[in-house]
Design a protein. Structure first.
Length: 202
C-alpha cells in the first residue's frame, strides 16, 4: 500500500522507516559499497548498516530487529521494542518489495507500506539520510582521511545523531556530568584513530 504522508506512530517499533544509499565510488577496506538506514518514527532512534551488495538487505533487517530487542537508548532512557516491528515504510525499491525480503516480512506478520521515492515529507528516513551524508562528507574533509573511509564516517555520524549513544542500552547520563551529545572534535579524533590499517588511495 502506498502512502503520501507520515503515519502517526503508536509506540516503539510501530513504524520503522528505511532508505538505501550507494553504491559509493570507493569501497571500504572490507568491500562495503552500500548502506541502509532504519529509523523508528516513535523514538527517533536511527541505525545504519553497511552492505557489500544490495542483496544483503535482508541480513541488515534481521540484525536491526535483533538489535532493537536489546533496548534503544533515548533521551528518556532505554526503550524496548516489541518482538517484531509492526510496519516498515520504504520507497518501492525492488530490494524491499520483492523476493526474500518481502517473504520474510509476510511470514513474520510485518506490514509494509511504500511511499514515492524522494518524498522527504512522507519518508523521514530520506532527510535523515541526507543529513548523515552531509555530516559524513564534512567529517571526512575535516579529518583528511581518504574516500574509502566515507562509510565509516557515516556510521559515526549516525551515533552522533542518536545523541551520542553508541551501543544499545548504554546511554551517557547527564547526572554523571557527561553530555549526551558527541562533540564534533571528539568524533573527528575518534575517526582519525581509525587511520591504522591499509586503505584505498584517494
Amino acid at each position: 500500500m502506498q502512502q503520501h504522508h507520515p503515519r502517526q506512530p503508536t509506540g516503539p517499533g510501530s513504524d520503522i522507516y528505511s532508505d538505501i544509499g550507494g553504491p559509493v565510488p570507493v569501497a571500504t577496506r572490507e568491500g562495503h559499497r552500500f548502506y541502509v538506514l532504519y529509523k523508528d518514527s516513535y523514538t527517533q532512534h536511527q541505525r545504519v548498516y553497511l552492505m557489500k551488495r544490495k542483496s544483503d538487505l535482508l541480513d541488515t533487517w534481521r540484525a536491526y530487529i535483533a538489535d532493537m530487542r536489546l533496548g534503544v537508548g533515548t533521551p528518556r532512557g532505554n526503550v524496548y521494542v516489541p518482538a517484531q516491528p509492526a510496519f516498515l515504510i520504504t520507497d518501492d525499491d525492488p530490494s524491499y518489495v520483492l523476493g526474500q525480503f518481502r517473504t520474510f516480512n509476510t511470514e513474520n506478520l510485518i506490514g509494509q507500506w511504500t511511499v514515492a521515492p524522494y518524498t522527504h515529507s512522507a519518508n523521514p528516513a530520506e532527510p535523515a539520510m541526507r543529513r548523515l551524508i552531509e555530516g559524513a562528507t564534512s567529517l571526512l574533509h575535516d579529518s583528511g582521511l581518504p574516500p574509502s573511509f566515507f562509510l565509516r564516517a557515516l556510521a559515526l555520524r549516525h551515533i552522533a545523531g542518536n545523541g551520542g549513544r553508541g551501543r544499545m542500552g548504554n546511554s551517557r547520563r547527564r547526572s554523571r556530568g557527561c553530555s549526551t551529545r558527541v562533540s564534533r572534535n571528539r568524533i573527528i579524533n575518534k575517526f582519525r584513530a581509525s587511520r591504522s590499517g591499509r586503505h584505498r588511495p584517494r
